[in-house]
Design a protein around this ligand. Structure first.
Ligand code: GZL
Length: 327
């Protein structure tokens, strides 16, 4: 483990130099082989979506390639499980902790414990609402407000020729999660440009396919004329497609669908015309995370914020890239 070995090497070298009268250059024989392997504790949100699966795979593969000793936990979307995992990593004295906070709030206490233990923390994918930014070294992930804006901008343009009101139902991500809060904010700001665009129902589907299906079934019962579904991720959009088809309507035509992520299943539905537009959210954060971890453990400066690159897709673009998509 990098931290312990660094201390061990310094102590042994000092001892050796003292024993040899200040270091005569002779082989002190002390110090031992320095184990410069970085040990990382990663507390993952869960396995709720195709995006999360791809994100986990990226982190595990990148750790393997970088020679990082990865301790990994799946919190099953429960904050208390992530906090337990972080405390366990502190006890194990890992060199660095990384995690994707399932919700924005409630992290200050455990992050202060990591800080007191002098273990640096890297936020990946989702951020926290702590005002004390000394509790973590950097945040690597997407700009979710921008993702919501991209979704709303597309709808404003697509609805420009529509006559009359356009009724939107919104499938929100996990309540309190940064992507859910921010994607809602960005979308609402964008559609404010067109007074005919109205969100008539909005409820969390918890980023899961089953959640999206159940909520969409309720929306279809309560709201007679739905024109558009805005789903905070592909998985909930795919669940909505199942509900729309079960109700005898045609997804992508009777009811347009906009989602975020661009995972394989979402891109397939987009290519088939069942989804009309997808805003990409890149889950392949592994390489950047390992690079940041190496810098942080070495005491190097890192940017406070590393934003991931991502784009958008129409059905035509999905058809072109589907075969080559990594996830
Ligand atoms: C976004 C990520 C979200 C994805 C969902 O960065 O946190 O969580 O959009 C996933 O698919 O469940």
């Amino acid at each position: 483990m990098f931290r312990k070995s660094l201390v061990a090497v310094v102590a042994a070298t000092t001892l050796a130099l003292t024993a040899c009268g200040g270091g005569s250059g002779s082989d002190s024989g002390g110090g031992g082989a320095s184990d410069d392997t970085i040990t990382m504790g990663f507390a993952q949100v869960g396995a709720e979506s195709g995006w999360r699966t791809a994100n986990t795979k990226s982190i595990q593969e990148s750790a393997e390639e970088a020679g990082v000793d990865l301790k990994f936990s799946d919190a099953q979307q429960k904050q208390e499980n992530q906090i337990k995992a972080i405390r366990s990593y502190i006890q194990q004295q890992v060199d660095v902790i990384a995690f994707s906070p399932v919700v924005e709030s409630g992290w200050d206490t455990v992050l202060k414990e990591a800080k007191d233990a002098e273990i640096p923390v890297i936020l990946t994918d989702r951020s926290v609402d702590s005002t004390d930014t000394s509790l973590y070294r950097t945040f690597l992930g997407s700009d979710f407000v921008e993702e919501g804006k991209k979704a709303g901008d597309w709808l404003v343009e697509d609805s420009a020729s529509a006559e009359g009101p356009v009724n939107i139902v919104e499938l929100q991500g996990t309540t309190g999660a940064a992507p859910a809060i921010d994607r809602k904010e960005g979308f609402e700001a964008a559609i404010a440009a067109d007074p005919d665009l109205t969100i008539v129902e909005s409820q969390t589907g918890d980023f899961t396919r089953s959640g999206g299906k159940q909520v969409m079934e309720a929306f279809l019962k309560n709201t007679p004329d739905i024109d558009v579904v805005y789903a905070h991720n592909d998985d909930m959009g795919l669940g909505a497609i199942e509900a729309i088809e079960a109700a005898g309507k045609v997804p992508g035509q009777d009811i347009k669908i906009i989602t975020v992520d661009a995972v394989k299943d979402g891109m397939t539905a987009l290519a088939e015309g069942k989804i009309n537009y997808i805003v990409e959210c890149n889950p392949l954060l592994g390489d950047q995370l390992m690079d940041l971890a190496a810098k942080v453990v070495a005491g190097e400066e890192v940017p406070a914020r590393v934003v991931t690159e991502e784009t958008t897709f129409t059905p035509e673009q999905a058809k072109e890239v589907l075969a080559s998509r990594e996830y």
